[in-house]
Design a protein. Structure first.
Length: 271
């Protein structure tokens, strides 16, 4: 199958290394999402934009063999690898599906989880409404978005900006002001989707790099890959040196660089 366009294409190309090079990032973030959702044995859960299963694997554990965990993702390589990784668990299915409008029966899930996906979608309000419709009455939904950027990490990100098309820089700035960028923005989306008992849980994950090269490999394996891919090829080598030098400057006495990933989990219940 041809790789998809846009951000799902970026993740299709990242799938082989996603959350597998450098420090764990998605797994500790997703673990908290799943814990807070308090999933019980026998429940039917959906993981939207499941990637390499950071949330899907613990969700599958929580529902057990009497439940069912479905992961959907638009990137075929993510689906292929995650289906392979979780093939021993009969309660899991992984398939290609579009988070913008999942082709699934309304009212067929006890729990919907979406970790680090909503902010990539062009219309987050419409997506959230579509996900809420998939829940049974009383069903729970949890969506994870990113909190404030670590200042040291933001300094590294800014090194990309002179090389990026202005439209991409503007889109990134718009994203920082959008509904997925604040607790109140996310909670408003939930209220507009008709969800109740809306609450936010904040978390912080420590992301430790032992050497500058590790950061570069990590950045290609995650969403930051979209920035690398937008930089003209002839600027890659120089930008890489600039990134390595900046990470080197931020090392502590032990030689490590630690970034703090602020995370927001927003929860609600379908009436
Ligand atoms: C940052 S990754 C998060 C993956 C996983 N949930 C995790 O926490 O590790 C974003 C995922 O969303 C997927 N994605 C992007 N747009 C999508 C869409 N319209 N429908 C389904 N998946 C999508 C990407 O392919 C990628 O796997």
């Amino acid at each position: 199958m041809d790789p998809p366009d846009g951000i799902a294409g970026v993740f299709d190309r990242a799938a082989d290394t996603y959350d597998a090079v450098g420090p764990p990032w998605a797994r500790p973030i997703a673990r908290r999402l799943v814990t807070e959702l308090d999933v019980r044995p026998g429940e039917r859960v959906l993981d939207v934009g499941c990637g390499r299963g950071a949330a899907l694997a613990p969700l599958a554990d929580a529902v057990g063999r009497t439940g069912h965990a479905l992961g959907i993702d638009l990137a075929p390589r993510m689906v292929q690898l995650t289906a392979r990784d979780l093939a021993d668990l009969p309660q899991v299915d992984v398939r290609i599906g579009d988070a913008r409008a999942p082709d699934l029966a309304p009212g067929s899930f006890d729990v919907v989880a979406a970790c680090l996906v909503l902010f990539f979608l062009p219309d987050p309000a419409a997506a959230l409404r579509a996900w809420a419709d998939l829940l049974v009455p009383g069903g729970r939904i949890g969506v994870t978005t990113l909190g404030e950027k670590d200042p040291g990490w933001a300094t590294v990100d800014r090194l990309f900006e002179p090389h990026l098309p202005p439209a991409l820089v503007a889109a990134r700035a718009r994203g920082l002001r959008g509904p997925c960028a604040s607790d109140s923005g996310m909670e408003q989306l939930y209220q507009d989707a008709g969800l109740m008992d809306v609450r936010t849980v904040r978390d912080q994950v420590s992301v430790d790099f032992h050497e500058p090269e590790e950061f570069v490999a990590f950045s290609w394996s995650h969403g930051q890959r979209s920035m690398w891919e937008a930089v003209p090829q002839d600027a890659h080598a120089r930008l890489r040196e600039e990134v390595l030098a900046e990470i080197g400057r931020q090392r502590d006495a032990s030689g490590r660089v630690t970034f703090v990933q602020n995370v927001r989990h927003t929860f609600g219940v379908r009436p």
